[in-house]
Ligand binder design. Structure first.
Ligand code: SAM
Length: 282
């Protein structure tokens, strides 16, 4: 299935280049997504193609007119569309929302500027999304964030192993990763288990470090997430370690300088697309 996307903006150039480069660009070239960027002025009013106006009641700045938004959405919306307004008051965008949007057939993203939108525009959309608790000058960077996160989840977009084990995929932060050299001149080494060749031990280490990192940096992620029996056991272990050895937050065991592995393990699944950890043209 091809994901169709229509973006409404006053500044199409802000989106064209980022969505034509690197992985998003290749996803488009390969026909996994059809992205059309529209200048909102096409639906503007009068000789100047006006799209926004002063606010009733006074105050600084202009807001997007509801009649202009309605005209644009009337042309672009169709059965099955999900119309998204980028707005600081929206639901905070998370990976789970990205996964959901990647399954939809058609997204329409509305990017206001200046002071935002006439309140009546909110009733014309299906979803309001914020990318975080800060204020941008316009919806375009927010639309890029949403689209970038969604596009890479499309089936065949990138190596599926990359998205299966990354941060948030299982509601946890990703475990630490290492590559060559196994030891740096200052002695900083790769944890010994990673060069041991014991797949089960590596899996357990990764789970533990993933939980450790989440517990330390984003304990909120663990709150509403049902843990497996194994995870509960590891969490108990981590909590008791923290209680008895507060300074031992990072794994103490590392590979010795003499255990340089031939090469880091190759991906175990067949890549279905470009891996994100390679430069675009590698
Ligand atoms: N007056 C608005 C308010 O106080 O909530 C802020 C408007 S902001 C300067 C202009 C536009 O940038 C917004 O309408 C929205 O499209 C976009 N924007 C700003 N911050 C955003 C965020 N955190 N997430 C998503 N969109 C944002």
């Amino acid at each position: 299935m091809v994901l169709e996307v229509d973006v409404l903006t006053l500044f199409p150039a802000m989106l064209e280049a980022p969505l034509s480069e690197s992985i998003p660009g290749r996803i488009r070239e390969r026909g996994l997504a059809d992205i059309r960027i529209h200048d909102l002025r096409r639906w503007g009013l009068g000789r100047h193609r006006t799209v926004d106006d002063y606010t009733y009641g006074g105050g600084a700045g202009m807001v997007l007119r509801p009649d202009v938004a309605a005209a644009a959405l009337a042309d672009l919306r169709r059965p099955g569309s999900t119309v998204i307004l980028l707005d600081p008051a929206g639901t905070v965008f998370r990976q789970a929302i990205a996964h959901d949007l990647a399954t939809r057939p058609h997204l329409v993203l509305l990017c206001p500027r200046y002071e935002g939108v006439d309140e009546r525009v909110r009733s014309m959309v299906d979803l309001e999304l914020s990318i975080g608790d800060y204020v941008l000058t316009g919806g375009e960077p927010a639309a890029l964030v949403v689209l970038d996160a969604v596009l890479r989840l499309l089936p065949g977009a990138i190596d599926e192993a990359s998205t299966a084990e990354e941060s948030f995929a299982e509601g946890l932060l990703e475990y630490p990763q290492y590559t060559r050299p196994a030891t740096l001149p200052d002695g900083a080494s790769v944890p010994a288990v990673l060069v041991s060749g014991h797949h089960e031990q590596v899996r357990r280490w990764r789970l533990k470090e993933s939980l450790r990192r989440t517990l330390e940096r984003r304990p909120d992620l663990l709150e509403d997430r049902p843990a497996t029996k194994e995870e509960v056991k590891v969490l108990v272990e981590l909590r008791s370690e923290a209680a008895t050895e507060p300074a031992a937050a990072e794994p103490a065991t590392t590979a010795s300088a003499t255990t340089e592995p031939a090469a880091p393990a190759a991906p175990q699944t067949t890549p279905t697309g470009p891996r994100e950890d390679r430069p675009p043209d590698a």
